[in-house]
Ligand binder design. Structure first.
Ligand code: FAD
Ligand code: DLZ
Ligand code: SF4
Length: 512
């Protein structure tokens, strides 16, 4: 019996059951670089180059292990442009009895694949994706009957279930969460170890040329491509992180520094999400480093919480709340994305730096995504659809299952608070505390109103004022509404006026 096994660009893991169970003498693995996946949002050039190169390297590694691989390159004459058409073409050319594919990471593709059996006239098996530490069903069971879902409690369950950083039934050190120790800004002139880079081989150079020609109108730079594109190199990124940067990860997790995009972060989401690394090995490496006395608990726990907690949580959340998660719009926001989201031409230095780095690297770290670009997107009432599409295309680690909960739930609160207990909004003082951006800004963070005032300041109070009906009963917003209640009417009015001027400028796409 010959089975055609379709492997997607983010399924580059040999231990996936669909691949591990392949009968080498009979089955064929199909991988294809297709126009549909690369352009349904116009992914960052570096993201496409990264994924195509990783796919080509993965196919090569499988061939070296005697798997029968049919790899369709982007410009091959029999490239049919989308996954279903490619599968149809392959089964029309060769004899197959069945088709297998690992459950995809996106609702759009899953719904399509659920119909493939009818379309293809062959049995189609959707195989489990065993790379996660929880299943969507497990999340839904946990969520069932709960009034409020909070990542922290799901995370504790995960710690217990997988026995990670546990001392019997209790968390090691006595606390589940050491976030309070993880909020330091970076001292001036602090030297951060260099992030891991790789030079390009022939496969990557070919792919870069391809992307230059075929995706010229996509966002982003292709210069200085340095990502890992093989499992061996991805493992080396992980190991170097654990040795050189994990010890300081916790402390400086939230810090932002102009001109330093990589800092103490791990830069492994690229590899976890396409399958070159597994979450389990990343968690084990961090836990091992803690037990070996190489890293403090706040760093090990902070890093593990991101993967065993947040990453698992947002995946379960995505499948639990789709398809509504994509269309919810709690605040009815609709403003179009300003053009500086594409060219970084703005006088707001924090936004300029974060968007410029996104353009250069297809990467920005969590606080840049959350408290600068995300904070701005909510305060300026940008359209959830447009913000979601932007985040999905600009980051090389973005796939809808992980991008959408972060955008709809965490930054835009467009799901009305299923994911976040309160909107993640802040005035300029937060950005000033956690970064050095304000020093080089056209606006002044200390000013609350007037043409030179930091826009985050008046936009923040405009938001608080505008949404008081929806938010003032939220007990986590109580302090903020107490402060708001004590503010002088004329000050609130002045900020509202400045916010209106700013938002009008934004709607007209004038420079801000
Ligand atoms: P580190 O800071 O080193 O963290 C370690 C790992 O923890 C990451 O590699 C990631 O796998 C995991 N992680 C941390 N935070 C989250 C989170 N909130 N959700 C899921 N996993 C998390 N992450 C993505 O992988 N893909 C996305 O498309 C994505 N979009 C985001 C959009 C917004 C608006 C926000 C606020 C966050 C988004 N994140 C996304 C989460 C997080 O910002 C990135 O995982 C992280 O910046 C990747 O860099 P790193 O590998 O250096 O992470
Ligand atoms: C993101 C992406 C891109 C850019 N290109 C391809 C591709 O050519 N072939 C492919 O199989 N997968 C690609 N992907 C990844 C898919 O979009 C991804 O599998 C779905 O979004 C589900 O997560
Ligand atoms: Fe950003 Fe405001 Fe600081 Fe400028 S002053 S960098 S706009 S927070």
């Amino acid at each position: 019996m010959a089975t055609l096994i379709l492997v997607l660009g983010d399924q580059l893991t040999e231990t996936l059951p669909a691949i591990a169970d392949a009968v080498k003498s009979e089955d064929t693995i199909l991988m294809a670089e297709v126009r549909e996946e690369a352009t349904y949002v116009k992914h960052h050039k570096k993201k496409i180059a990264f994924l195509f190169s990783a796919m080509r390297h993965f196919a090569k590694a499988l061939k070296n292990k005697s798997f029968n691989v049919r790899y369709v390159e982007y410009l091959d004459s029999d490239n049919k442009g989308d996954l279903l058409a490619q599968v149809k073409h392959e089964i029309s050319e060769n004899d197959y009895d069945a088709v297998k594919v690992t459950i995809p990471g996106e609702y759009r593709l899953l719904k399509s694949m659920e119909q493939w059996e009818n379309v293809l006239g062959l049995p189609v098996t959707l195989c489990d994706d065993n790379r996660f530490l929880s299943t969507p069903q497990e999340f839904s069971d946990w969520a069932e009957g709960k009034k409020q879902l909070r990542m922290e409690f799901f995370y504790r369950e995960m710690r217990r279930k997988h026995n990670v950083l546990m001392d019997g039934k209790n968390p090691i050190g006595g606390k589940w969460n050491y976030d309070a120790q993880n909020r330091e800004s970076m001292p001036e002139n602090h030297k951060v170890p260099k992030h891991t880079t790789f030079s390009t081989d022939d496969i990557t150079s070919d792919v870069i040329e391809l992307v230059k020609r075929e995706f010229a109108d996509h966002f982003g730079d292709l210069n200085d491509f340095h990502f890992a594109v093989t499992r061996e190199h991805a493992l080396s990124v992980l190991n170097t992180f654990i040795e050189e940067r994990l010890p300081n990860f916790g402390q400086y997790q939230d810090a932002m520094v102009e001109g330093k995009p990589w800092l103490y972060h791990s830069h492994i989401a690229f590899y976890l999400n396409c399958g070159l690394l597994t979450p389990k090995e990343a968690i084990q490496a961090a836990e091992h480093a803690y037990h070996a006395g190489q890293v403090p608990l706040n760093s090990a726990e902070g890093f593990i919480r991101q993967i065993l907690g947040w990453r698992e949580y947002v995946r379960g959340f995505y499948w639990h709340f789709m398809p509504n998660l994509k269309t919810d719009n709690y605040f009815n926001n609709s403003r179009a994305l300003p053009s500086f989201f594409w060219d970084a031409q703005t006088n707001m230095n924090c936004m300029r730096q974060c968007i410029k780095e996104t353009q250069q690297n297809a990467y920005a770290h969590h606080i840049q995504r959350l408290m600068v670009i995300g904070n701005f997107s909510l305060l300026t009432e940008l359209s959830p659809d447009e913000v979601q599409a932007w985040y999905l295309l600009v980051y090389a680690d973005a796939y809808e299952w992980v991008e959408l909960p972060n955008v709809a739930g965490m930054i835009l609160y467009s799901d009305g608070g299923n994911l976040a207990s309160k909107p993640y909004v802040a005035s300029g003082s937060y950005i000033n505390k956690m970064s050095n951006y304000c020093k080089n800004c056209g606006y002044q963070v200390s000013k609350k109103t007037g043409p030179k005032a930091c826009p985050f300041n008046y936009l923040y109070w405009h938001f608080i004022d505008k949404h008081r009906e929806k938010l003032s009963n939220n007990h986590r917003m109580a302090m903020i509404y107490k402060t708001y209640g004590r503010m002088k009417e004329e000050n609130i009015e002045a900020m509202k006026q400045d916010a209106t001027i700013f938002l009008t400028k934004l709607s007209k796409n004038e420079e801000v």
